[in-house]
Design a protein around this ligand. Structure first.
Ligand code: FAD
Length: 386
């Protein structure tokens, strides 16, 4: 493989992204990584860390400067996502800020000028935290089955229903909520921004998960919550499904990039481990089985890297379509799990101990095949285009 230093600079990164990458890496390791264990134990990234992330410009570098953002583009966001994963912070902190930044982009793209000016600077500073609430107990993959209802009343809507598995659910202040404002199916869906302090809105449990211990994932309850007209994204009912589909391409891109970095890390950690570990008088690396397995893993990571970088360039050029983003999401996250599992096996029992990086990578990777549209749904999307 080429040197790690070369691997860190992707073809889609401009000079300013590379410069920023170096300082981001330092900040993550010095200021945030030391808190990881505490966040894991507490099941949440604390508000002070969010405010600090805002101070360092880590909460959506692609937001325009007039809204307190970094004035960059999606290459800056992608670099940040990769560095967060490389620093070992992908699990809780990374998912949190990735989701938050997605919400900022929903608001930037679809909110009124007044709401953008009110919310975005406070999102960039970490004062307001965002979440996206699509999934319900009765429907996840089939978004057209969403039941949470927004009933029209003078001056706004009354929202009633329940959401589940919502990332940033405990911390969230602004929740982009998928609601039914009209007919059955996708045409009757709209996105309403629910403010966490509203009467009738309640956060449920912080759900216990297999992985991502520091990521707060919650149920949310809506009991006739009044949401003013100005919080309807896009200003016209029935646009929710289209808005979701547009923004979901980015969410899948984040899954793809995260999967690739995780594979690269796994190969790196495992190579170091098997070179040092002695069994039957030789290193684990001396077994041809180990060499072949690692050769396969390194190849899969490299193919995935090339695919992901190509996708990222297409995203920046505005040519990445739904079908190809679905291809990348399912393939890289399925391949990631194969690679991580092989790498864990090469660690023997140590691979099962959470103090070893491979254990964390393996545990936190599982969800990537499920969220942002399951990998089966990705194949449904691809098959439709054939
Ligand atoms: C940790 C975590 C964080 C999450 N964060 C968020 C969040 O922030 N916001 C949010 O809205 N949601 C979030 N989700 C929810 C996630 O997006 C859903 O779990 C996912 O979309 C799947 O929906 P479901 O769980 O209802 O599964 P189901 O839709 O019930 O699917 C069950 C199984 O059936 C398969 N299946 C379904 N339809 C088809 C089909 N047509 N063809 C073949 N197979 C099919 C699925 O692939 C899956 O294997 C999160 C989930 C997790 C685990």
């Amino acid at each position: 493989m080429s040197s790690q230093a070369n691997d860190l600079v992707a073809p889609w990164m401009s000079e300013d992204v590379v410069l920023l990458q170096n300082s981001v890496r330092r900040v993550l390791v010095n200021e945030f990584l030391p808190h990881r264990e505490r966040w894991d134990e507490e099941g949440i990234v604390d508000r002070a860390a969010w405010l600090k992330a805002g101070e360092y410009g880590l909460l959506c570098p692609s937001l325009p400067e007039e809204f307190g953002g970094g004035g960059g583009n999606k290459a800056h966001d992608a670099m940040l996502a990769q560095e967060v994963e490389r620093a070992g912070l992908g699990g809780g902190f990374g998912v949190g800020i990735g989701t938050h930044c997605m919400v900022a982009h929903y608001i930037l793209a679809y909110a009124t000028d007044e709401k953008r000016a009110e919310w975005l600077p406070r999102m960039a500073s970490g004062e307001l935290i965002g979440a996206v609430a699509m999934t319900e107990p009765g429907t996840g993959s089939d978004l057209q089955g969403i039941c949470t209802k927004a009933e029209k009343v003078p001056g706004g809507y009354k929202v009633s229903g329940q959401k589940i598995f919502i990332s940033n659910g405990q911390n969230a202040d602004l929740i982009v909520t998928v609601c039914r404002t009209g007919e059955a199916g996708s045409k009757g869906l709209s996105l309403l921004v629910v403010e966490a302090g509203s009467a009738g809105f309640k956060k449920g449990r912080n759900l216990e998960k297999i992985g991502l211990p520091a990521q707060d994932t919650s149920e949310l309850f809506f009991d006739e919550v009044f949401v003013p007209d100005c919080n309807l994204l896009g200003g016209v009912e029935g646009q929710g499904f289209g808005q979701l589909m547009t923004q979901l391409v980015w969410e899948r891109m984040l899954c793809t990039l995260g999967a690739v970095v995780s594979m690269e890390l796994a190969v790196q950690h495992t190579t170091e481990y098997v070179r040092a570990r002695k069994v039957f008088g030789k290193t684990v690396m001396d077994f041809q089985n180990t060499q072949f397995k690692l050769a396969e893993c390194a190849t899969k990571a490299r193919v995935a890297r090339v695919f992901a970088d190509q996708q990222m360039q297409q995203f920046l050029d505005g040519t990445l379509d739904n079908t190809h983003s679905a291809m990348a999401k399912w393939w890289t996250t399925d391949t990631q799990f194969q690679v991580l599992d092989e790498c864990l096996q090469l660690h023997g029992g140590y691979g099962y101990m959470t103090e070893y990086p491979i254990a964390r990578l393996w545990r936190d990777a599982r969800v990537l095949r499920i969220w942002a549209g399951t990998n089966e749904i990705m194949k449904v999307i691809i098959a439709r285009s054939l």
